[in-house]
Design a protein around this ligand. Sequence first.
Ligand code: GLU
Ligand code: MG
Length: 641
Amino acid sequence: MGLLTKGSPLSWEETKKYADHVRKHGILQFLNIYHKVKERQKDVLKWGDEVEYMLLSFDHINQKVRVVLKGEEILDVLQHKGEKTNPNHPTLWRPEYGSYMIEGTPGQPYGGTMSEFNTVQDNMRKRRQEASSALQQNEAICTVTSFPRLGCAGFTLPECLPTPVERGASKSLFFPDEAINGHPRFSTLTRNIRHRRGEKVAINAPIFKDVNTPSPFIEKFPSSNGDGGKAAKPDHIYMDAMGFGMGNCCLQVTFQACSISEARYLYDQLATICPIAMALSAASPFYRGYVSDIDCRWGVISDSVDDRTQEERGLKPLKNNKYRISKSRYDSIDSYLSKCGEKYNDLDLIVDKEIYKQLTKEGIDHLLAQHVAHLFIRDPLTLFEEKIHLDDDNESDHFENIQSTNWQTMRFKPPPPNSEIGWRVEFRPMEVQLTDFENSAYVVFVVLLTRVILSYKLDFLIPLSKVDENMKVAQKRDAVRQGMFYFRKDISKAGNAVVEECDAAQNGTETCAENYTLMSIDTIINGKEGIFPGLIPILNSYLESMEVDVDTRCTILKYLKLIKKRASGELMTIARWMREFIANHPDYQKDSVITDKINYDLLMKCNNIANELTECPELFGPGCDKIKLSGNKMASLNDTL
Ligand code: GLU
Ligand code: MG
């Protein structure tokens, strides 16, 4: 989750003194990069995925599953066996927030050819195997978005007690600091967010009210050692640590565009897809041992890293702070970056005016300048003593410091200084799925979508305020079947039309006629006669026009079929499947409580599914050839989408 620097981290009080210094040099670093590479044109389309994993330990005797706090140890083993031995090793491993987490990516980015879609799942499988081989018996590496009993008594191995004391990192009643990655970046982020905010973070996820759930649902928390959970809201699952959010796993995709303008175009277009892809990937219905009423992690993470003071959140008049800020640092994007997007920028955008002026004076256009000046309203959250004074021509740590702690649905990434890497955009909303098959399917779906967006010059833009409304709907329980999302009706402004429209927007001649309407995910993905063509049918016609070898085509068809059926509700999302699993568990008391035994059974099942030891037709449809790419592919060639 961003830059790792070794050294001595500064406290919040010390970091704060350098906030202007970091911003000033961060902007200089950005400008240096921008001026050097703004004209770069011929970078090729490349892309890569990031999968976040959890390490679990199954206690078969006591029928209990816990997160194992040995991410760093495993990471060390994997890096030594991998990239440190062979620079061309097919996988790369990185640390993640939880000390029970690791992140894996392909060793090299994928290129632009279709046949590479056929290697994604193999690479993910390799990662799973590599990581599994570094584990002990009864341990497993799982791609679950949220651990259902995170923060419950004894949820870690070794068992660690939370220590809600001021000198700790999160001061949580539930989440021990030992469950935070041991690299000082992570605990410093945690502590400095709390100190900047002036109080602990507070997360309240609505509880799912089952027939026996107490109503109102109110929990008592210890006050002898702690604050009694005073920020807890009735009818909500209360959580009080960054780990409840950043300790969740996701699936991300990064694209390299051929130029800065293509990157800006993709950034905008994909921003509208974020809520849709998130709802389709919904996989996190449980928090701190309870069934919640949400299906996605997004809002939980957002609150878990919300460093805004009471003044910034609008709870007190502004006195010590500069701005009222409407969102957490982890949230949806606030402005489009391409010319076509300009007229849909309808959110109030707070910018650092001085920075905006400086950027425009340096020749940066309004849209990019306001984007950067908006990111830079934030303070740096961590700073290492050894990394205060940098060479702004050749380093970008101060820029990255602010940039990488703005965790938005999309991220626009300038090339690192002096590198071959081009302008990139990162697609960040998706929840990680149980199997390599599903994760490959979601990733390939998004990558293919970028291909059709670019080849057909599609236009999905709607006012950003509507995308924000979609983000809220997307997290609700069963949003895939029940949610209605604003989506553009006419997306096929082919070729010149897009350019013309942009010019018109520039001249202010086009008024923003309502070109969008509310649609279900089924309509958006599969289409509906007379309303919307559907993304999958568009991808299909694109595929038909491409030369793709039989094997690859077959793989892609399987992936798209999964997306299609998840969208129509014929197949379940992970979240819905998990809810049904719990509801049907013989121990479940219909009281929204997930006991150790229920959790154990659920995660055993998840792990068996991921390792292809059991089928799960509710998630994949009948027959296991949906999971095994090695199966008889020719047989399913006739499958129509
Ligand atoms: N785990 C975070 C999430 O679920 C993302 C962290 C990162 O940016 O790598 O969104
Ligand atoms: Mg990550």
